[in-house]
Design a protein around this ligand. Structure first.
Ligand code: DON
Length: 318
């Protein structure tokens, strides 16, 4: 009879978390009209503003979902975390961070102001840093991208994850600001990419399509030092996980990171596709999706969901 008392989920009351996710999802919909869908890349502007999803992988690896958690969207900047993991695995933290900083920023994600006086990016979460990070992953042509894709598939245990070819083409066609930065960074000698395929890999990784459930699983993976939600430890690495969570906290939400850290206090990464991936150290992973963005490029309903869950479940690390 004692077995009956053992909770099935990582939370003492499994249904309570589902109730909370449901009410939070409903409340978050009031914020849809407070933001707008990214339109600086034409293909992104086609996103449906009304889709909202929240997924949570609890401390035992069980998935809880509410809303549109199967809807696909592109990872965008969330892919920068996976690229960083691979670059540090292959080159070591010292080598990577001789080529970029650990700084936060008060500038937008595509700013290159700091390059003028530092001659290297502020951090690996801004575009400039992410372009360098991806260029440091070894391999010719699209091999770096393929490694990123494979790692995302591994962490989520989802082989259906693929590139959105239309978004990729759109990023590539309109990405002249990133292209300019790529050549400036190359001029600084931060990497020795032979051609633009390295920059294309950055566009490709941004165009990988996932859903909110995948993001919750990625959050869990880093929360548990590289342990997959099913317990697999192939890429277990506490050092890299610690590094990634700290960088997410200081720079994962761009120029909103400081306020986010104070209000929500969870290492997180957003993307202009509308996703937020959050990693509560030693505990849970959260993924949210809604493409209505604020000025800084963060999903407005997503931020509401994160703030609510952080408060109700006492998830702030501070
Ligand atoms: O580099 C770009 O323009 C986009 N692919 C950036 C991705 C992103 O999510 C940045 N900000 N939120």
């Amino acid at each position: 009879f004692l077995l009956v008392l053992v909770p099935k989920s990582g939370f003492a009351q499994g249904s309570k978390i589902d109730q909370l996710l449901f009410s939070t999802l409903i409340e978050s919909k009031a914020y849809i009209d407070k933001g707008k869908v990214a339109d600086y890349i034409p293909e992104l502007s086609k996103a449906n503003k009304n889709l909202v999803g929240v997924a949570l992988v609890d401390s035992l690896g069980n998935l809880h979902t509410k809303g549109d958690t199967k809807s696909k969207f592109t990872m965008q900047s969330i892919s920068k975390v996976i690229a960083l993991m691979l670059a540090v695995e292959e080159r070591g933290e010292k080598y990577v961070f001789e080529r970029m900083g650990y700084y936060g920023t008060d500038k937008p994600f595509n700013s290159f102001e700091a390059l003028e006086y530092r001659h290297k990016p502020l951090n690996p979460m801004m575009n400039a840093g992410a372009i360098v990070t991806t260029a440091l992953i070894k391999g010719k042509d699209d091999e770096a991208y393929k490694k990123i894709l494979e790692r995302v598939r591994y962490i989520t245990k989802n082989e259906d994850i693929n590139i959105n070819e239309a978004v990729y083409q759109s990023e590539k066609e309109t990405g002249n600001r990133n292209r300019g930065m790529f050549y400036l960074l190359k001029n600084f000698g931060l990497f020795d990419a032979e051609n633009e395929e390295s920059l294309n890999n950055y566009f490709r990784q941004c165009s990988i399509e996932v859903n909110a459930e995948d993001l919750a699983k990625i959050g869990y993976f880093f929360a548990h030092n590289g342990t997959r939600f099913d317990g697999d430890k192939t890429f277990y690495n506490p050092e890299i996980s610690k590094l990634i969570k700290s960088i997410m906290l200081t720079a994962g939400m761009y120029d909103y990171s400081g306020e986010y850290s104070s209000k929500i206090g969870i290492p997180s990464k957003s993307g202009v596709g509308g996703g937020i991936m959050a990693s509560v150290p030693g505990k849970i992973g959260i993924g949210t999706f809604n493409p209505s963005l604020d000025e800084q490029g963060n999903s407005v309903p997503g931020l509401y969901i994160m703030e609510k869950l952080s408060k109700e479940l006492n998830l702030s690390i501070f």
